[in-house]
Design a protein around this ligand. Structure first.
Ligand SMILES: Cc1ncc(COP(=O)(O)O)c(C=O)c1O
Length: 800
């Protein structure tokens, strides 16, 4: 927070300080000598009952305005005047190429009178949450009618209505500050209510009057109980059928996250995914899905009866993890479906963005090219980890909602139509046998393509929402067609007693991100970059630990820009922007894979060491790494603590090796080699057993997983086989084929190595044997692997 000099009497100053403070940027041709007078004039507009207080800061040029918006997180509104210069008088060496890149037009060719609207558009791209006002002496009415004026909150003619401008600025910030559900819940909690419904903790009397559980009341505080209710009356609204403040809170969330609609979900993104999948899919539909998707997606396939066509992400065998699914593989699957005459059944592409380990897709490119093959495909982007991304101009480029809006705009533009005509002349009807299509950038027909994107985000994972707080974001041009199904799916999975505090926290998380998300996300990113640099360049720490760079996480063929690492200094931001705009995959810097195998620790052991000895909690582990993540809660002290701990551990290893002599050093080298080099091959998805396929000879791999899943409900259909048994070896060699009865999901790495109905191959069993993790969901070592009995398998399937 900047220190403010308010020059007010002490009582008034104390009052001022209690109100949230922000800054307003004025961009004008005013002589800097007049700036102080302008600020005084604005201060004179303040009233005692203003809900917020602000100061004016000034910029005299187009470029200065952009710099201000990038570097000043206190800004909430911008007032754009007339006649300001284009170039800054300052050089801004650090930001020069970013500034040049931010201008999507040739400044010299633009009429000076259009600078205001052009600036508004650029600023809206950088910080969409800010309110923009135009203060012009030139034909305010005409400007107001221009399409670009859509990004302005209001246009004023000259300075004739300064008080109106002041009130508008407060009103604009108030619109973001307002949390309709939370505000109402607070009001409700203060009302004296007699409750005769089924929620004894509401109002807290059963807690605070108790001799035995009163400590719960003291621990959580009275407000938790006063704000509990099972009623949907009294203005509390209903999550299942919102018509009041939940509806408004959801509309505001849609605005904040750049979606057309937003839905609050109180049982995590696990539930959000199931809702979307059930809403979109029917039995027999084909879904192109990353096998590494969270388990909720696989269960969604079972529930809906849709047939998954599993896609493989590129493997990162050295670290026992996967990257993301190359666009080439998605296109190949779609073209194969087209060749087989099944494209009409392909309904959805289902991907995780960003992945657990930070691989970010280029959603615009994926959607664009897939729509060229099938113009009505729907996309589900699981952005469980990525909700915060909307609030950084860099990360935002990789979000589903931004991509959907940008794609829509692109498809509507006359320039795109020309591009498409040229493409069409070259590519023709997209013959699936044409090998050029996989490497060519495919363009969809603007008259046919529909933009239909869904994003799910665990608000609780990256913003200030309570655990399980999640949102479904929708940009679907054809939502009206599935609205009924969506409602049914929402009813299917939503508790009729949703937690009010979770709903309120979603509302508040949205408020925070709209008002300070930019600052928080930029800080979390900056902390991650500091941590990366410190670990990888520290002479002692880097001897034993390393944080993987973009070059190590994303193979060169998916990094057209050639970017290798996050650099600092002149030009680095522009290079990053360039990479994130065009590369197929990019790495979210806030997700840091710290290699610990080189220090002789496997991921699980190192996670335990950090937790037990240093009270440091981390996210996930792999065979030889841990995943560290920075978020909006972290501080530089947290980073310093982690660096110190890594330094201490590195020093201990160093001492141990020095003092232990040759024996210690060779033992250490053997351990490191085992962890870093003797790594198990990652098993690909094999195939569904023929009984679960319509045509086992088909070139496309979709299968009827639901049937296999429910077959396994009957024990008489199943058998168990220990993975180390002779019988297992025999069956693998001589058959009959082993068919999985369950999802088998080792944690880590957390992806299903078997799904119901899948044929089990030797490499999968080998992987299981080498796994040194304790937790394998769906596998009970004492009983062995559960299989579907060969004799119980159904005959060849009929067509869906
Ligand atoms: C990619 C992905 N999607 C969905 C989920 C489930 O989210 P939630 O924990 O909010 O139910 C997770 C959980 O880790 C996840 O990693």
């Amino acid at each position: 927070m900047p220190v403010r000099r308010l020059n007010l009497p002490p009582a008034a100053e104390a009052d001022e300080r209690r109100r949230p403070y922000f800054e307003v940027l004025s961009v004008s041709a005013t002589d800097p000598a007049q700036y102080e007078e302008m600020r005084r004039e604005i201060r004179r507009l303040r009233r005692v009952d203003d809900p917020f207080t602000y100061e004016l800061v000034q910029a005299g040029s187009f470029e200065d305005a952009i710099v201000a918006v990038l570097v000043n997180p206190e800004l909430q509104a911008i007032v754009i005047g007339d006649g300001f210069a284009f170039r800054s008088r300052r050089d801004w060496p650090e930001l020069r190429d970013l500034l040049d890149r931010a201008m999507p037009f040739d400044a010299a060719a633009v009429d000076l009178r259009d600078y205001g609207l052009k600036l508004a558009r650029v600023l809206k791209t950088l910080r969409p949450e800010l309110d923009l006002y135009l203060l012009t002496e030139r034909g305010a009415e005409t400007l107001a009618g221009r399409p670009e004026a859509g990004c302005l909150r209001r246009i004023f003619y000259g300075v004739e209505e300064l008080m109106e401008l002041h009130l508008s600025i407060l009103d604009g910030v108030g619109d973001r500050y307002e949390t309709p559900y939370f505000d109402n819940l607070k009001r409700y909690s203060q009302k004296p209510v007699g409750t005769f419904h089924a929620l004894p903790v509401a109002r807290g009397k059963s807690v605070f009057r108790s001799h035995w559980i009163r400590d719960m009341g003291h621990f959580y505080g009275i407000n938790l109980f006063l704000a509990e209710s099972s009623a949907t009356t009294g203005g509390l609204d209903s999550l299942l059928e919102p018509t009041g403040n939940i509806k408004r809170a959801q509309e505001m969330a849609a605005r904040a996250f750049g979606a057309r609609r937003a839905y609050f979900v109180t049982n995590g993104t696990s539930t959000s995914n199931k809702i979307v999948l059930q809403a979109l899919l029917a039995p027999g539909d084909i879904v192109l899905i990353d096998r590494n998707c969270h388990k909720s997606h696989h269960y969604g396939m079972v529930l809906s009866g849709a047939q998954p066509l599993y896609l493989e992400a590129y493997p990162m065998t050295a670290y026992s993890m996967y990257g993301a699914v190359p666009l080439r593989s998605i296109k190949k699957a779609l073209l194969d479906l087209k060749a087989e005459g099944k494209l009409d059944r392909a309904r959805l592409v289902d991907l995780t963005n960003c992945t657990f380990d930070g691989h970010m897709y280029n959603p615009l490119r994926v959607m664009e090219e897939c729509l060229a093959i099938k113009p009505d495909l729907v996309f589900l982007w699981d952005e469980a980890w990525f909700g915060f991304a909307r609030f950084s101009p860099f990360h935002r480029l990789r979000t589903a909602m931004h991509a959907a809006a940008a794609l829509k705009e692109r498809l509507q533009s006359p320039a795109y139509r020309e591009e498409y005509t040229a493409f069409r002349a070259q590519a023709g009807d997209l013959d699936p046998a044409d090998p050029r299509l996989l490497d060519m950038r495919l363009l969809p027909d603007p008259d046919k393509a529909r933009v239909r994107a869904y994003g799910t985000q665990s608000t609780h994972k990256s913003m200030s929402a309570l655990r399980q707080g999640s949102m479904i974001l929708v940009h679907d041009e054809d939502f009206a067609d599935i609205e009924g199904a969506f409602e049914e799916a929402f009813f299917t999975h939503t508790s009729t007693s949703p937690n009010l505090q979770i709903i309120a926290s979603l509302d508040v998380a949205r408020r925070q991100m709209e008002l300070e998300g930019y600052e928080l996300v930029i800080r979390a990113t900056d902390l991650a970059l500091r941590l990366r640099r410190e670990v990888n360049t520290h002479p002692l720490i880097s001897r034993y630990f390393r944080i993987l760079t973009p070059a190590e996480m994303v193979p060169a063929q998916y990094r057209e820009s050639g970017i290798e690492d996050y650099e600092a200094g002149r030009g680095s931001r522009a290079r990053l922007l360039d990479a994130w705009t065009r590369d197929e995959f990019a790495l979210d810097p806030t997700r840091l894979t710290l290699v610990c195998g080189t220090a002789g620790y496997d991921g699980t052991a190192f996670k335990g060491l950090l937790a037990e000895r240093y009270d440091i909690q981390i996210n996930k582990t792999s065979r030889n790494s841990i995943l560290v993540q920075t978020n909006i809660n972290n501080t530089r002290s947290d980073v310093a603590h982690l660096v110190k701990v890594l330094g201490d551990i590195a020093r201990e290893i160093d001492d141990r090796l020095r003092q232990g002599g040759e024996a210690a050093r060779s033992g250490f080298a053997t351990r490191v080699k085992a962890l870093m080099e003797d790594v198990p091959e990652l098993p690909n998805f094999s195939r569904f057993q023929g009984a679960f396929r319509e045509d086992p000879k088909s070139a496309t791999a979709e299968g009827h997983m639901r049937e296999a899943f429910f077959m396994a409900y009957r024990m008489e259909n199943c058998e168990h086989l220990p993975i180390d048994s002779k019988d297992m070896e025999q069956r693998l060699k001589k058959g009959p084929e082993l068919v999985a009865a369950d999802f088998v999901i080792p944690y880590p790495p957390g992806f299903p190595i078997m799904v119901p109905g899948q044929v089990i191959t030797p490499d999968t069993i080998e992987f299981m044997r080498k796994l040194d993790v304790k937790e394998i969901h769906g596998y009970h070592a004492a009983r062995g692997l559960r299989l579907l009995k060969t004799g119980a398998l159904p005959g060849r399937r009929r067509k869906a």
